[in-house]
Design a protein around this ligand. Structure first.
Ligand SMILES: NC(=O)c1ccc[n+]([C@@H]2O[C@H](COP(=O)([O-])OP(=O)(O)OC[C@H]3O[C@@H](n4cnc5c(N)ncnc54)[C@H](O)[C@@H]3O)[C@@H](O)[C@H]2O)c1
Length: 70
């Protein structure tokens, strides 16, 4: 099985890509800082994009611009 990392993968494009790659049998990790402009204040409750991948991918809440989190 191949591993894939998608940065910004909870967004519009990344979440669709993540679901497609899961269907294809990839192990998907998403690194996303869940910007409130996109995901609201409570992504777990409010955001269909985040909820479409939650529990399916290995999700890391982090900022791609912060070396330690990346
Ligand atoms: N039709 C619709 O309902 C709809 C909705 C949203 C977007 N769009 C379109 O989709 C395109 C954009 O999609 P996209 O997926 O590129 O953008 P997006 O804004 O949907 O997703 C970007 C993701 O990156 C994350 N992110 C931002 N900065 C980050 C950082 N520093 N570290 C980690 N994660 C970070 C955000 O939290 C978000 O989840 C545009 O053309 C837009 O018009 C359409």
């Amino acid at each position: 099985m191949k591993n894939i990392l998608i940065t910004g993968g909870a967004g519009f494009i990344g979440s669709r890509l993540a679901l497609r790659l899961l269907e294809e049998g990839y192990a998907v990790t998403v690194l996303d800082n869940l910007l409130s402009q996109i995901h609201g204040k409570n992504p777990e409750n409010d955001c269909p994009l985040y909820n479409s991948i939650a529990g399916k991918v290995n999700f890391i809440n982090g900022d791609v611009a912060k070396r330690q989190e990346l």
